[in-house]
Ligand binder design. Structure first.
Ligand SMILES: [Zn+2]
Length: 463
């Protein structure tokens, strides 16, 4: 079975590669209101590609107010077999200044075993992986498949929850494959199993009725900006540990992430120390982080010699899997209210939250997935954390609490430069990801028929 599928994937890959390039040529930037027509074209092309030997029923739905067109493709489940939902998104990040790219962002170009272009990895490769897996099964996989390709992931999937509500029954699945993450390294299949959440607050500090002369009053009257800086400094201790009380720290996966590699990837400058302590995974995947995102204060150019009367900052927590975003935001608000120096007046406004997420990685669906990816990559699957929230993951998890959720990579690696200039896809890993997904569909059919056999054996023996 495995060899047949390997050959079948090899056979469909050239066509899928051409389809991926056609998708990259459409600048489907969801953040750009002027690109609405490109988004529609990209949805239509996606639908057309699934009609070509991948799925039996394909449609475009555009029935949620304010939403982008969503492509649904379906292969009905053979009797007694589970249904697998395959997710990807066809929208992309803006390309930014094309002059900063080595070649035109929306013109695919192969170099050094990588395919360059906006969306090549994130996440048009996800669409292509699903196409390859389904075409390798001749559009008749041994399990039921529902494909959903949305067009607003890069702006936070604002209407996906409403879409899932409306179409819950049509999308119901036993296993959900979200092909929109990265492998930890080339050749190492990786499942993202935890995601941090977020809790933001805006804090305003007031010390004076109005801005006054810094010569006349400075020395006794506190200015609001210094006061705010002292307040913000209480978020960490000397070593950079987060000092907000009541935040959770989760258990990190046993995945190596050397500090030197982290420094290089983050671009930390020479001599600058890393915050916190312990391994990098517990600091960026399963521990809390506090960051000052922005400050409203007088600009340096043209600044008056005056004591600032008020100043405000936006503060953001990244919170660990196992924490609760509402509770964490309240803890941050309390900390900011309680720590203002010099009796300054403080007003805290609670802002955005995103819940953290941890996948339950036990159970037969995960075992089947690990087998499939190990076979395709000839390497064991590693578990990764995600430092940032992915809104659509929480939406799927909330809509289908019983389903096993797999967050996979369609071939992207840390050099894929998703969201950045020169985004690219590692082509050999993309091919392995296509094979892995084709094998996964077969493994899940196998697992379910074994489970069924067992059940009927029990039924016969009366136990
Ligand atoms: Zn993405």
């Amino acid at each position: 079975m495995s060899d047949d599928l390997r050959r079948a994937v090899q056979k469909v890959l050239p066509g899928v590669r051409a389809d991926l390039e056609a998708l990259i040529r459409i600048p489907s930037v969801s953040a750009d209101p002027a690109a609405a027509e490109d988004l529609r074209r990209c949805a239509e092309l996606t639908a057309q590609l699934f009609r070509a030997g991948a799925a039996q029923e394909v449609e475009i739905l555009d029935d949620v107010p304010g939403g982008r067109p969503v492509v649904l493709a379906r292969c009905p489940a053979p009797p007694g077999r589970p249904t697998v939902l395959l997710y990807a998104h066809y929208d992309v990040q803006p390309a930014g200044d094309p002059a900063l790219w080595s070649s035109r962002p929306f013109e695919p170009r192969e170099s050094g075993g990588r395919l360059y272009g906006r969306g090549s990895a994130d996440d048009k490769a996800g669409i292509a992986t699903h196409l390859a897996a389904l075409r390798a099964h001749d559009g008749r996989p041994p399990v039921g498949v529902v494909v959903i390709v949305e067009g607003e992931e890069e702006i936070g999937s604002p209407t996906l929850g409403a879409f899932l509500d409306r179409h819950r029954d049509r999308l119901a699945a036993d296993v959900i494959v979200l092909a929109d993450s990265e492998n930890i390294d080339v050749g190492v299949p990786s499942f993202t199993t935890t995601l941090r959440g977020m809790a933001n607050c805006v804090v305003e500090v007031r010390t004076l009725a109005e801005s006054v002369h810094s010569g006349t009053y400075g020395g006794a009257a506190p200015d609001a900006l210094t006061t705010l800086c002292r307040l913000l400094a209480t978020l960490h201790d000397e070593d950079g540990h987060v000092m907000v009380d009541g935040l959770v720290t989760g258990r990190p996966p046993r995945t190596g992430y050397p500090a030197e590699r982290f420094r290089a990837e983050a671009g930390v400058l020479d001599g600058v120390r890393l915050l916190g302590s312990g391994g990098i995974p517990e600091r960026v995947w399963t521990g809390p982080a506090a960051t000052v995102l922005a400050i409203d204060a007088p600009a340096v150019s043209g600044a008056a010699n005056a004591l600032t009367a008020s100043a405000r900052a936006k503060v953001s927590l990244r919170i660990a899997p196992g924490d609760d975003a509402v509770r964490a935001r309240a803890a941050l608000a309390r900390h900011l209210s309680d720590h203002a120096p010099w009796g300054a007046q403080v007003e805290v406004t609670e802002a955005e939250i995103a819940q953290p997420y941890a996948v339950d990685t036990r159970g037969p669906a995960f075992d089947a997935a690990r087998r499939a990816y190990r076979r395709a990559f000839d390497a064991d699957v590693v578990d990764l954390g995600g430092g940032g929230a992915i809104p659509f993951v929480a939406e799927f998890a909330a809509a289908y609490p019983e389903a096993a959720v797999l967050i996979t990579s369609p071939g992207g690696d840390p050099a894929a430069r998703a969201h950045s200039t020169d985004e690219n896809l590692h082509l050999a890993d993309f091919e392995r990801a296509c094979l892995a997904e084709a094998l996964l569909l077969a493994e899940l059919a196998d697992w379910s028929s074994r489970a069924q056999e067992q059940l009927s054996r029990y039924a016969r023996s009366g136990t």
